[in-house]
Design a protein. Structure first.
Ligand code: SF4
Length: 417
């Protein structure tokens, strides 16, 4: 009953007392109490009214025996599901003021970091369509504060680990079967810029392995590394989101315009760039705001400059849900159905289908023809309806992605002066 205990302890004394006396009065089972605690934690996170204040106690008390608890649970579910299944309303949400003083941050050498890994998609299942990305963790933990991020629950806060001997460790890796390496899994790829030589080491590795694509993924405002030149098989990508989500959930990160300006600078230097519109959030006004993101992309870049654009949504593991619910930094990212999806919790397929097909429809034909669009870690059944194409297995997806990336790199190489 670890989850039940830690959740119970996470409430202040007054709230805890109210919940526990309610549970006692109506003889809630442990699983009913756990559900109530999770929902109460979520309501606090969302800055919404507590269930305890909206229940119809007269009606509950009019029921007999176990029916009292059933009525209570029914009322709670109606209230919370109404919030979970509607587009999230951010107009009534005040984001927390997150200040992270540089002085509190400790960047330390961590050569115990396991350098290479695999995309955390379920193994070769039919549950998600996976590109089989190889991951490289040269930096672990992040100084930004995206409220949905799993990285912050893995590592200790304010301690950012950096591999010191990256060039040497990279020279020892077995590259057999590796063609695509992503560095944005355990931190933001550009969080530390090149202050610790990470980008220089990656650049040297990419130069000596022209058939391997190194993909950096970022929301960082840093630009001090941009005076360097990088090999064309190093692709610079930025995660983009609707302005509301950036302002309310992606704390301390660069604004949408700053991210696009950074990408523009790199594209001007003839580096291939890409975007991850991820995680898309189902909120009031999402269509308009995501349309604006697409307009900004298509006005700022030609499709020849872009390698890829991916779409994805919010997905949480049990461990991250538990972390968010016990730490309770205000956020509305959990204001969603949280249906089971490949061992994690996410939106329903209907909501995903609506979001992905809508955003894809905003892109002009020329972008659809020349840029590699894909769904990141999503159910294979979504592809055909949302992107108009699908793959029969992960291998086919990976091969197609590889072909597109390498063709684009070759084309950008020949256009370089
Ligand atoms: S920038 Fe990336 S790694 Fe950093 S907190 Fe946000 S999602 Fe996590």
């Amino acid at each position: 009953m670890k989850a039940l205990d830690s959740l119970t302890e996470s409430f202040d004394e007054e709230k805890r007392g109210r919940i526990l006396s309610l549970a006692k009065k109506y003889q809630l089972t442990d699983s009913q109490l756990l559900e109530l605690l999770k929902n109460e934690a979520d309501l606090e996170l969302w800055q919404e009214k507590s269930t305890l204040d909206i229940l119809d106690y007269q009606l509950i008390d009019s029921r007999q025996g176990k029916r009292k608890a059933e009525e209570l649970m029914k009322e709670m579910r109606i209230y919370i599901d109404n919030l979970r299944y509607s587009p999230t309303d951010y107009s009534t949400f005040n984001p927390p003021k997150i200040i992270r003083a540089k002085s509190e941050e400790e960047v330390f050498t961590d050569d115990s970091i396991k350098l290479m890994g695999k995309c955390p998609c379920p193994v070769d299942g039919e549950k998600t369509r996976c590109c089989k990305l190889t991951t490289l963790d040269a930096v672990s933990q992040c100084a930004f504060g995206c409220s949905y991020c799993s990285v912050q629950s893995f590592y200790s806060k304010n301690r950012i680990g950096v591999v010191s001997n990256l060039s040497q460790r990279l020279s020892n890796i077995d590259t057999e079967g590796i063609w695509h390496i992503g560095t944005g899994q355990a931190s933001d790829s550009l969080l530390l810029g090149d202050s610790h030589g990470t980008l220089t080491s990656l650049s040297e590795f990419a130069t000596s392995h022209p058939n391997i694509v190194i993909e950096l993924k970022s929301k960082s405002p840093r630009r001090d590394f941009m005076e360097k030149s990088f090999p064309r098989n190093m692709i610079f990508t930025w995660s983009l989101n609707a302005e509301t989500i950036i302002k309310k959930e992606e704390h301390l990160t660069a604004s949408l315009d700053e991210r696009l300006e950074s990408a523009r600078i790199m594209a001007d230097k003839k580096n291939l760039v890409g975007f991850h519109i991820h995680p898309m959030v189902y909120f009031k006004g999402w269509q308009d705001e995501y349309r604006k993101v697409v307009e900004k992309i298509t006005k700022t870049f030609s499709p020849d400059e872009l390698c890829q654009i991916s779409f994805g949504t919010l997905t949480f593991t049990k461990a991250v849900l538990q972390h968010l619910r016990t730490h309770r930094t205000p956020s509305r990212v959990l204001c969603m159905p949280l249906v089971e999806a490949a061992g994690k919790y996410s939106y329903t397929l209907e909501i995903k289908r609506e979001m992905f097909s809508t955003i894809y429809s905003y892109f002009p034909k020329e972008f659809k023809e020349k840029v590699f669009f894909y769904l990141c870690m999503e159910d294979p059944s979504l592809w055909k309806t949302c992107l108009g194409r699908e793959y029969s297995c992960d291998k086919e997806f990976e091969e197609d992605m590889k072909k597109h990336y390498l063709d684009k790199i070759r084309a950008s190489s020949s256009s370089r002066v």
